[in-house]
Design a protein around this ligand. Sequence first.
Ligand SMILES: [Zn+2]
Length: 423
Amino acid sequence: MSLHPLTWLFAAALLAALATRLWLATRQVRHVAAHRHAVPGAFASRVTLDAHQRAADYTVAKTRFGLLTTAFGSALLLGWTLLGGLDALNEAVRDAVLPRWGALAYQLALLGAFVLIGAALDLPFELWRTFRVEQRFGFNRTTWRLFAVDLVKSALVAIVLGAPLAALVLWIMGSTGGWWWLWAWAAWTAFNLLILVIYPTLIAPLFNKFEPLRDETLAVRVQTLMQRCGFAAKGLFVMDGSRRSAHGNAYFTGLGAAKRVVFFDTLLATLTPAEVEAVLAHELGHFKRRHVLKRMLAMFALSLAGLALLGWLASRSWFYTALGVTPNLAAPNDALALLLFAMALPAFLFFVSPLSALLSRRHEFEADAYACAQASGADLASALIKLHQDNAATLTPDPVYVRFYYSHPPAGERLAALAAKPA
Ligand SMILES: [Zn+2]
């Protein structure tokens, strides 16, 4: 029996991605452990050896756990595809649903069963991460009850938003002919725009409380900065992140009138007013430099290319057989095509992830530069150090690991760039 070139290509990409991930994780663990004994010079006066070593231990624990999930994920992917898992699931769902409920119901049931099995297999890892890894370092504040409630809520959101989208895309694939991928892309793009608009106001509040800033003197300071930067006056919210975790963060989200900057209460508790202003100026920098818009346009362009490729692949029978699935003769194969594509693509995309990480780090430098111009660079620097300490983020990551995975530049590089700016 001779194997199709796509089988070889996919297996090679999967193995190469796995090997690279293992290699990177090993590098990171070694690098962090090798620098555990001393706080790096640039931070010596501001970070204690205790905090530095806690960050090293946390980073090593997280990276090791990541190794485990990566290995499991790769084995699972192989099981679904070349070892016949999806083929078996497809056959079972098809026999049970197709004769009685029809083609669309069969395809939706297949997607649903796949997502459900994936989520169930993922659950033990998520439990271990929350109640073992995070717990051990004192970060976890999620109770079992809250964990269960979150799970139910996420499932409901996924069904309410995902099922209609899946039904629409399957309908488009089945009834709009050879150019279906263009229509599917339009639907996908519209869906993403909708999510961007409703996420801050309708979805995120299902999981957290968002309130305007309570501290009045700080609020005045913040308003002045936002007006100076041309941002809507009601754009800053405090989120009760402390319900689930001691990790602190701030982020920029939304589109149009829904756009807002969100501070975790955990972060707000540790920063001085001047530092809050500097962090807010950084987030406004993302808005001013149009980072969300740029990322969105890039994603739309990539998804158009991806769907065009799928439009071509979905009508070749070797696309299915090469990835371990026998296509149906008596029913549509659109759900199968979507699943196979969604599974195979990440193995190849892994090798372009350094590029997207690089662009993301550039955006962070740009936002830092903007913050320097609108607020104080020194305050941003001290806020960054606090943020790293609160999250036990290592100050000494492996440089190659950073190139692949870090969406934010390492603290040392950001501080050096801030120090080089005129005060
Ligand atoms: Zn940022």
